[in-house]
Write a protein that binds this ligand. Structure first.
Ligand code: GDD
Ligand code: MN
Length: 379
């Protein structure tokens, strides 16, 4: 059985109280397809925690491999583990936030479920948090005694670059802000939870940059272990999401990351517009029909790209895709009116073509984003 010896002794004395005993530490681990790692993880944590009461909260995004069912099976054998199963959602950071919000203990640890984070550090991290005035204990790969394990050169470079770019936001007080292995008091999370971006993978950086006060961080070394079962979920989109997190935090939440993508897509749409316009000219079309075809092409391009990338998490399909398309074209037409009005106004005030052009374009992209965001993708 997984119950710690002390709890077993107590439960022998009075059965109800022991199961109601509050854990001292809640461990939150996000999962996506980690079925094979659940049992080894629970066993490893049980071995390292000894008599200290703990609970493990697995936050699973409805993994097709049945990770949650495996958690339930292990829980039925008496292990203090439960699974929060999120349906129709994806994301490491948001999963962690959800797990922490449901934690029972005052102290929470966040770690990966794939055994790459060394669970033997947990007791020492807990001790540090309890005996010092630290807000956060971060397991770091970049302090004396820590390391990356068998990472490819490219992965190392990417991690280095991410760490380096985070310095604009948090300086160099924390050696490993990319770490996904840390411990804190739930109160620290409660103080920042409304300001978290919850984008992507880097929940620690999100917490550090969202806190209203400077958090006191203590780091402890660990070596990133190699994966024994399953595979990493890091993909191209994660890098994009990381860029979003930086943009959002750097602009103090003024620039929504989706807007950056939306505007980038719009910029590419402009290129499409000009290319089609030119092709129509070569084909011998008059300006007005050529411009109409180019506009429709650009709108279609923008819609499809936004639907697949910018709004990948609320992607429209089937009939909704068509309704969304028509709505999007309508919104863009209104955006064009806004564009021309603002450009005209700027022109009469500032007497500058480029300035008026940019003002108009900015106006329509903000307008299109604001309205399409809600009307088309229901954000
Ligand atoms: N719920 C949920 N949803 N969990 C996820 C998702 C998701 O979309 N994507 C990944 N996970 C889970 C994985 O199942 C695993 O338990 C953990 O998050 C880490 O994912 P990996 O894909 O194994 O990440 P990694 O090993 O490449 O990257 C790690 O390295 C970073 C250090 O640079 C992650 O541990 C980061 O937390 C860590 O900061
Ligand atoms: Mn991993």
């Amino acid at each position: 059985t997984f119950a710690p010896p002390a709890a077993r002794a107590r439960s022998a004395r009075d059965g109800r109280r022991a199961t109601q005993a509050t854990p001292v530490l809640s461990i939150v681990a996000p999962t996506y397809n980690e079925r094979g790692n659940i049992r080894p993880l629970v066993e490893a944590i049980a071995a390292s925690m000894g008599d200290t009461r703990w609970e493990l909260i697995i936050v699973d995004d409805d993994s097709p491999d049945g990770t949650c069912q495996e958690v339930a099976a292990v829980a039925r054998e008496g292990a203090p583990v439960r699974c929060i199963r999120r349906v129709g959602r994806r994301g490491l950071s948001s999963a962690v936030v959800e797990g922490v919000m449901s934690a029972t203990a005052d102290v929470v640890a966040v770690m990966d479920a794939d055994l790459q984070h060394d669970e033997r550090l947990l007791p020492r991290m807990l001790e540090t948090l309890r005996t010092t005035d630290a807000d956060l204990v971060v397991a770091s790969r970049h302090v004396e005694g820590g390391g990356l394990g068998e990472w490819s050169a490219i992965r190392r470079r990417m991690s280095e670059f991410a760490t380096w770019s985070s310095r604009i936001l948090i300086g160099d007080a924390v050696s490993d802000p990319m770490s996904g292995f840390f411990m804190t008091r739930r109160a620290v999370f409660d103080a920042v939870v409304y300001d978290l971006s919850q984008q992507g993978y880097k929940i620690l950086l999100d917490v550090l940059t969202s806190s209203p006060r400077q958090l006191k961080v203590v780091e402890t070394p660990y070596v990133f272990r190699d994966r024994r079962s399953g595979e990493s979920k890091v993909e191209a989109m994660i890098i994009l999401e990381y860029a979003f997190l930086l943009i959002e935090k750097f602009s103090k939440g003024l620039i929504p990351p989706r807007f950056v993508l939306f505007a980038a897509v719009g910029f590419m749409g402009l290129a499409v517009h000009l290319a089609v316009l030119n092709a129509m000219k070569i084909a011998g079309l008059a300006f007005l029909p050529a411009q109409a075809v180019a506009t429709l092409s650009a709108m279609t391009f923008n819609y499809v790209l936004n639907n697949t990338i910018t709004y990948r998490t609320e992607r429209l399909k089937g009939l909704r895709f068509l309704v969304g398309y028509v709505t999007f074209c309508g919104v863009c037409s209104l955006g064009a009116v806004a564009n021309i009005s603002v450009a005209n106004l700027t022109m009469s005030e500032m007497h500058s073509w480029p300035l008026a052009g940019v003002a108009g374009a900015l106006m329509s992209s903000v307008f299109n984003f604001g309205v399409a965001n809600r009307l088309v993708w229901g954000r």
